[in-house]
Design a protein around this ligand. Structure first.
Ligand code: NAP
Length: 241
């Protein structure tokens, strides 16, 4: 146990699921650092809520990821929880898809994670902390996708990285997990999170909420999950089971 509140870094936190996670960690008492890339219009609100712990970084740039973690540790002296909620999305069949779209998915969903974990690793080891990355529904079954093959291929690559980090970091006391939301509409989410046909196929009968996802992250980033590493915690209402 630390005598001061834990320090959490939540990327992709200007809006959507990352912001819900950051707010939940703040309510729990953590010192929470948030990160935006291009959502300048949302920064004033962030400053009000996370005063002095708001950062801009494009995490496709490894130097920016390292500078970000340095700013966090310079401010608060440690890093206990890393939550990486970055990850762009494209949909459509593979026929007609461009290699540039595949590269975009890999850069946004996989490379950013690689850079931020690389930057955070030493601080997480010192704190015996944990990291949570964002997957998507159905990763464990490696299923074919009609509309989301590029995006899901990138998330599956991230899943393998996260499990491998879990294995490699376990001797250092660092836990690494994935949370996989299903269909979670929010103000800035992709339009297909409102697709009625998709929503009708969710066994628990409703879309997820950002708070559903935040609760799962709170668990993974807590002592209650002290013996949990390398898992993909699906928060999908049973979608794609
Ligand atoms: N919503 C869903 O239904 C759903 C379902 C399954 C999985 N997920 C996953 O959950 C995570 C969060 O989803 P969301 O719906 O909250 O997404 P979102 O609304 O698109 O928010 C993601 C945030 O990531 C930031 N970001 C993107 N690229 C970045 C980069 N290179 N460097 C730094 N920040 C970057 C963006 O910041 P700026 O706005 O400042 O550019 C954006 O605000 C993603 O990984 C997504 O794939 C979401």
């Amino acid at each position: 146990m630390t005598s001061t509140p834990p320090v959490s870094l939540v990327t992709g936190s200007a809006r959507g699921l990352g912001l819900a996670v950051a707010r939940a960690l703040l309510r729990r008492g953590d010192r929470v650092h948030v990160v935006w890339r291009s959502s300048r219009a949302l920064v004033a609100n962030l400053e009000r809520e996370f005063e002095g712990r708001v950062h801009q970084a494009d995490l496709e740039d490894p130097a920016a990821a390292h500078a970000l973690v340095e700013r966090v540790t310079a401010t608060d002296g440690r890093l206990d929880h890393l939550v990486h909620a970055v990850g762009e999305y494209v949909s459509g069949p593979l026929e007609g898809a461009r290699a540039a779209d595949l590269r975009r998915m890999l850069a946004s969903n996989v490379e950013t994670a690689f850079h931020v974990f690389d930057a955070a690793r030493p601080a997480l080891r010192r704190a015996r902390g944990d990291a949570v990355f964002f997957g998507c529904a159905g990763l464990d079954t490696l299923r074919a996708r009609r509309e989301t093959a590029l995006y899901t291929a990138a998330k599956n690559a991230l899943f393998v990285l996260a499990r491998s980090w879990a294995l490699e970091e376990a001797p250092h006391g660092v836990r690494v997990n994935l949370v996989s939301p299903g269909v979670v509409p929010h103000e800035h989410a992709a339009a297909d999170t409102l697709d009625a046909e998709r929503l009708a196929r969710i066994p628990l009968g409703r879309a997820g909420t950002p708070d559903d996802v935040a609760h799962a992250v709170l668990f993974l980033a807590s002592p209650a999950a002290a013996h949990v590493t390398g898992v993909d915690l699906a928060v999908t209402g049973g979608w794609l089971l």
